[in-house]
Design a protein around this ligand. Structure first.
Ligand code: HEC
Length: 504
């Protein structure tokens, strides 16, 4: 199928039946698309992208048992989840649901019913932290309109074989869609905007396809962090501070990032002002960054349209950008073996941010490049380098292949078994699944480093557990920590103990 039509068609389908309004706040059940899909996508370089082989959205399926539960407006989705057995399909009718939904069972399909453009709305009212949290395996979450939460739209903690698709996440907290520590998953056809950190954040995961999403007006569009085997394809990524990022955050338990294919995406005009929480890793992203590959290995960039990003089209770098993050002796900082195949890059670097400008000045340049490698890797390759304005690619050779068409998907043909609780005890699971989203060992993320917390609390895990249940504002230069009271007492204490014993 024609790829471009597939993308535009998918968006049109999603947008069909809605009306566009001036106000940013959606009325309870009638959905307004915050901004229309950008027309530009159908012009610049469209043919080359259109001639690319269509991506297969591999059909992972959530096993069902025949049990069906219908949730109507005024009822609680969480009650339905409580009642459900593994294999149940929970259908949620259009309406407004003011709650947080926790799914800790396997093989649950949570499926919104869309009627004439009316979605079930998960409404956080600016006071709830998360819309949907899952830790079960084989979970599908689809067809929701999620808005006004403070933390996450959809967050997964160690669930494998997940599907998150066809959701809107609008003006919602720190992460839009955030599967963490899972293996084998698909994030597709979601429309996400107005996120303070990453619209789509794949953290410490393996075998994930992030395909056909539209992400915009967020700080980071799509982030692949400390993950392996990720395919980022067919996404529209525009008006963010930074478009697509693949990187290592130092200090997390999983130390590597690699085998990432970024292809057939539109990465356009990512010049949004950086409105990240000060001190967070993404607050360092220069506005006007199309793609940023930091310390992630074997990243292939193919057949993307990367235009109008004012600082640079594509940046390969080490940890030097993560200024506030100390390095991690267990993570190798270089972006090894970068592979840049054919892409369309135009009008990048026209008005670089001061930080980028300062770097450029050392290279006697004023305009930002299409592609820059700040490390000067000697194991990289590029096709047709003359098509781009580049910096630091002197040692790149010619790539030995011109296409990644042999990789249709990075998801696995068979579901993987659930992560065993043996290799992740309760405290570790809760810490990495929940706390580590905001706390790293040595570096500042959303919250202060665990090392600092260890110094304050020494050998008093109970005090940490109590604080986590009922946090109070302590620091001027950090946001408030959201209460973790959704974890039971025992889990909080286990996570606190784990936090105190963390060594890197
Ligand atoms: C959504 C982000 C987020 C998550 C998730 C999170 N924290 Fe925090 N945490 C913060 C922020 C922000 C602060 C700083 C708050 C302040 O200083 O006002 C903080 C501070 C802390 C502190 C320091 C309190 C003090 O006395 O200085 C502890 C202890 C803590 N968190 C424990 C935890 C534990 C345990 C978990 C997991 C169960 C957790 N946090 C999950 C964001 C988060």
């Amino acid at each position: 199928m024609n790829k471009l039509i597939a993308v535009v068609g998918a968006i049109a389908l999603l947008a069909g039946g809605f009306y566009l309004g001036q106000s940013k706040q959606p009325a309870p059940t009638v959905i307004k698309v915050p901004a229309e899909p950008r027309e530009k996508f159908s012009s610049a370089g469209a043919e080359e992208v259109a001639s690319a082989p269509a991506a297969t959205v591999r059909s992972l399926e959530t096993p069902t048992s025949g049990e069906l539960i219908v949730v109507k407006d005024g009822e609680s989705i969480q009650d339905a989840v409580k009642q459900a057995s593994p294999g149940a399909v929970i259908k949620v009718m259009p309406g407004t649901y003011r709650e947080t939904v926790y799914i800790d069972k396997d093989n649950i399909t949570l499926s919104g019913v869309i009627e004439q453009g009316k979605y079930p709305v998960l409404e956080g009212e600016g006071k709830r932290n998360d819309a949907i949290l899952y830790s079960g395996n084989g979970v599908t979450i689809e067809n929701f309109y999620i808005t006004h939460y403070k933390g996450n739209g959809v967050m997964g903690q160690a669930g494998n074989n997940y599907i998150i698709r066809n959701n809107f996440v609008v003006d919602t907290g720190v992460y839009g869609i955030f599967p963490q520590l899972g293996k084998n998953g698909i994030v597709s056809h979601n429309i996400i905007s107005g996120i303070e950190d990453a619209a789509i954040y794949v953290g410490m995961s393996d075998n994930v396809d992030v395909v056909f999403n539209q992400v915009y007006e967020s700080v980071a569009g799509i982030e692949i962090e400390n993950s392996r085997h990720a395919l980022v394809e067919g996404n529209m990524v525009y008006d963010n501070t930074g478009g697509i990022l693949a990187f290592i955050t130092p200090g997390l338990p999983i130390k590597t990032c690699g085998d990432v294919i970024i292809r057939n995406n539109f990465v356009v005009d990512n010049n949004h002002e950086n409105f990240a929480i000060p001190g967070s890793l993404v607050s360092n992203i220069p506005s006007g960054t199309g793609m940023l590959i930091m310390a992630c290995d074997d990243v292939v960039v193919e057949n993307n349209i990367i235009t109008g990003n004012k600082s640079a089209g594509m940046i390969f770098t080490d940890f030097s950008l993560a200024t506030s993050a100390a390095t991690d002796p267990d993570s190798e900082p270089n972006p090894n073996r970068p592979k840049i195949l054919n892409n369309i890059m135009r009008n990048n670097g026209d008005d670089p941010e001061p930080m980028v400008r300062a770097f450029l000045a050392t290279q006697l340049e004023a305009r930002g490049p299409d592609i820059v490698d700040t490390v000067g890797m000697d194991d990289g390759c590029i096709l047709n380098p003359e098509r781009y304005r580049t910096l630091g690619l002197d040692k790149y050779g010619e790539c030995e292949f011109a296409s990644t068409a042999n990789v249709a998907s990075y998801t696995l043909p068979e579901p993987v078994p659930p992560r065993s609780m043996e290799d992740l005890d309760k405290g570790k699971l809760a810490y990495y699944g929940v706390c580590a989203g905001c706390h790293a060992y040595d570096s500042r993320m959303i919250g202060p480093p665990a090392r600092i917390i260890q110094a304050i609390y020494m050998d008093d895990p109970q005090a940490i557990a109590d604080y986590a249940a009922n946090p109070e504002r302590k620091r001027e230069d950090y946001p408030e920590m959201p209460p973790q009271s959704h974890l039971d007492e025992e889990t909080r204490l286990a996570a606190a103990k784990f936090m105190l014993n963390l060594k890197n």
